[in-house]
Design a protein around this ligand. Structure first.
Ligand code: GDP
Ligand code: MG
Length: 177
């Protein structure tokens, strides 16, 4: 319920295989799965204490960027904030994030939507990186004005940082008070 201020909905989007489900699993259930399960759409829930106030996060896991456009549209319109994931080993997945962000801004009819871009799979190492950190970070932070987090769901690096950043951007503390 959108009017219930103690609930907050975050939708996780990005190309297939970038690690969306792995990020959610690591964040909520403290585990990493090697095998790849193609998710259609799955709603997770986590209860948190945020500055002494109870907050329920509804975290929506979505399918790859190009399937089910109507579902994607519905997911966007019902969400408060967005985590857009790409893989640092796959340059085309950054293009997918670019397109998703444009669709979100269009759908929300606002450029003040809390969005965090996640560069996942940093554990693959520099030689397997398709996109330099400075390049991605300057596009995301300077050009777009969104949050940027480098993460590894596999090694549990910066996963909590993703959700801290989205809540910081969302100014949830004001919504709750
Ligand atoms: P999704 O389609 O975006 O939900 O991707 P998944 O979470 O299912 O992950 C796809 C594949 O990438 C799986 O085999 C995962 O084990 C793997 N994966 C996910 N996150 C990472 C990561 O941070 N590092 C590495 N090396 N592999 C990852
Ligand atoms: Mg998935």
């Amino acid at each position: 319920d959108k009017k219930d201020k103690s609930r907050y909905r975050i939708t996780v989007m990005g190309a297939a295989g970038v690690g969306k489900s792995a990020i959610i699993s690591q964040f909520l259930y403290d585990r990493f799965q090697e095998e790849y399960n193609q998710t259609v759409e799955e709603l997770h829930q986590g209860d948190f204490d945020f500055n002494g106030m109870k907050l329920t996060l509804d975290i929506l896991d979505t399918a790859g960027a190009y399937s089910f456009p109507a579902m994607r549209q519905l997911a966007i319109s019902t969400s408060d904030a967005f985590v857009l994931v790409y893989s640092v080993a796959d340059e085309s997945s950054f293009q997918a994030v670019t397109e998703l962000r444009e669709q979100i801004l269009k759908e929300k009819n606002s450029d003040d939507v809390p969005i965090v871009i996640v560069a996942n799979k940093v554990d693959v190492g520099d030689s397997n990186r398709a996109l330099e950190r400075v390049t991605a970070e300057s596009i995301v932070c300077v050009e777009w004005g969104n949050g940027y987090v480098e993460a590894s769901a596999k090694d549990n690096v910066n996963i909590v940082g993703i959700f801290k950043e989205i809540l910081r951007q969302s100014k949830v503390q004001y919504a709750l008070s």
